[in-house]
Ligand binder design. Structure first.
Ligand SMILES: [Zn+2]
Length: 408
C-alpha cells in the first residue's frame, strides 16, 4: 500500500487538470468519458501499489493551467529529492512537451528537467537544457548555475570561467572567488605540464580577483621553488598561512621542507622564527609540533618540553601532538625499561590518527582526510580547514577577514 502522502498530489493534480479542460473546452464534453475512465484507472493503479502505471495515467491526462503546473513542478521536485530521478524526469518532460505552457512556465519546467539530469549524472543532456535556457529572459541565472555545476564536474575550467563571468555580471555573490579558483585549477594543470609561464599568468588572474588568495600564493611558492628561488618560495608560503592560518597542516610541512633546501648555516634559525611566529602569534598546533621537533633535533630539551606542555594543555589534545610526544619520550633513557608499553601506546595513537578526519568544511560540516579546494559535499570553494589545532582569537580574526574577502 502506498505510504507517502505526496502520491495523493497525483490524483488531485489530474482531477484539477480535468476540470480545467472541461472549463476551457466545453465543446468537447463528449470526450469526458474516456478521461474519467483513465482517471479511475489511475486511482486503481495507485490503490494496487502500481505506482509507475498510476504516474503515467495521471500525467497523460493533465491539462496544464497555473495551479496544475505548480503541482506538477512540486511533485517532480519531491521525486527528485527522494532520489527517484526517473520519475521526476518523466513528470518534467511531460510538462515541457505541453504546447499550452507560457514561455515563463516552459523555462521553469526546463530548469527542473536540467536539475533532474544533473542529479542523474546525465551531464550532456543537462548541459543542452541549461544552454538553451541561459540565453532566455527567464531562468537565466539558475541555468548558468546548472552549467557551472556541469563544467566543474567535468573539470572544464575555461568554460567554467566563461559561465562564472556571466553569473558575475548578473551580480551573483561570491563568483569572483569561484573564478579565482578556476584560474588556480588551470595554473595547477599548467604546473603539472611544466608550464611555469601559464601557471604564473593564471595565479596573477586569481589574485586580481581575490587579492592575497592563499591558494594563488601557494602556487607562486611552488613556481618559485621550481625556479630555485627558495627564499621567495618560503615567503609566499608564509604569507599564505598568515592569511589563512587553518591551512597550516598543508603549508607547515612544505615550509619545513623548503627550509631544508635553503643554503647556509642559518636555515634552521629561519625555520625556527617562522614556526615560533605561527605557533605563538597564531596558536597553530601543527607549527608547535614542528617547533618541538626542531628544538629536540638541536638538543634544546627544556624548550622542547615547554612546547610539549603547551600542546598537552590544549583541549582537545591533538592526537598528532600526543603521538609526537610518545615518539620522543620512548627514546629517553629513563623510560627504556617500558619500551614495550611505549610501543603499544605509539601504535594506538598512530592508528587513531590514521582513522581521523583532518579537514572540515566551514560551510556544511563535511569532514575528510585529504585537503581539497572544493568541498565535495556543498561544492563551495576554499571552505576546508585543518581540524587538528586550536583556534585562538588571532586566527578567528583571520577567519573573519577571509569571510569578508569572500563576500566582497
Ligand atoms: Zn561543504
Amino acid at each position: 500500500m502506498i505510504n507517502d502522502w505526496f502520491w495523493l498530489l497525483l490524483p488531485v493534480a489530474a482531477a484539477s487538470g480535468w476540470w480545467v479542460a472541461r472549463r476551457l473546452h466545453p465543446e468537447d464534453q463528449g470526450d469526458q468519458e474516456p478521461s474519467l475512465h483513465r482517471y479511475l484507472e489511475g486511482v486503481r493503479y495507485l490503490l494496487d501499489d502500481r505506482t509507475d502505471d498510476a504516474l503515467q495515467a495521471f500525467i497523460e491526462m493533465v491539462e496544464v493551467d497555473h495551479e496544475t503546473f505548480e503541482t506538477h513542478v512540486i511533485l517532480g521536485r519531491l521525486f527528485r529529492r527522494r532520489g527517484e530521478v526517473d520519475r521526476a524526469i518523466r513528470i518534467h518532460q511531460n510538462l515541457v512537451a505541453r504546447p499550452s505552457l507560457k514561455d515563463e512556465q516552459r523555462a521553469q519546467a526546463l530548469n527542473e528537467l536540467g536539475q533532474d539530469f544533473l542529479l542523474a549524472g546525465v551531464l550532456d543532456r543537462a548541459e543542452a537544457v541549461f544552454r538553451e535556457l541561459a540565453d532566455s529572459p527567464h531562468q537565466a541565472v539558475p541555468a548558468l548555475k546548472g552549467l557551472q555545476h556541469v563544467y566543474e564536474t567535468q573539470r572544464e575550467w575555461e568554460r567554467a570561467i566563461e559561465v562564472g563571468t556571466r553569473l558575475k555580471s548578473h551580480n551573483v555573490p561570491n563568483e569572483h572567488l569561484r573564478i579565482a579558483h578556476y584560474h588556480c585549477e588551470l595554473a595547477t594543470i599548467a604546473l603539472e605540464h611544466g608550464d611555469r609561464t601559464t601557471a604564473s599568468e593564471r595565479s596573477v588572474h586569481a589574485e586580481e580577483l581575490v587579492p592575497g588568495l592563499s591558494r594563488a600564493l601557494l602556487i607562486k611558492s611552488e613556481i618559485a621553488e621550481r625556479e630555485d628561488r627558495i627564499a621567495d618560495a618560503i615567503a609566499y608560503g608564509r604569507e599564505a598561512v598568515a592569511r589563512t592560518p587553518p591551512l597550516a597542516p598543508l603549508v607547515v610541512p612544505r615550509l619545513e621542507r623548503l627550509h631544508q633546501a635553503l643554503p647556509g648555516e642559518n636555515r634552521l634559525g629561519q625555520l625556527e622564527q617562522t614556526l615560533e611566529d605561527l605557533a605563538n602569534s597564531r596558536g597553530i598546533t601543527v607549527a608547535r609540533i614542528a617547533l618541538m621537533r626542531l628544538y629536540r633535533r638541536t638538543g634544546r630539551l627544556d624548550a622542547a618540553l615547554s612546547e610539549l606542555g603547551m600542546i598537552l594543555s590544549q583541549r582537545p589534545v591533538p592526537t598528532s601532538g600526543l603521538l609526537e610526544a610518545v615518539r620522543w619520550m620512548k627514546i629517553l633513557p629513563a623510560v627504556q625499561e617500558y619500551s614495550v608499553e611505549f610501543a603499544a601506546f605509539e601504535k594506538a595513537l598512530s592508528d587513531q590518527l590514521g582513522s581521523q578526519h583532518l579537514y572540515q568544511c566551514m560551510n556544511c560540516g563535511y569532514q575528510g582526510r585529504a585537503h581539497v579546494w572544493q568541498c565535495p559535499s556543498c561544492r563551495r570553494w576554499d571552505t576546508l580547514r585543518g581540524l587538528d589545532f586550536e583556534l585562538d582569537a588571532s586566527t578567528e580574526e583571520a577567519e573573519d577577514a577571509l569571510v569578508r574577502e569572500g563576500t566582497r
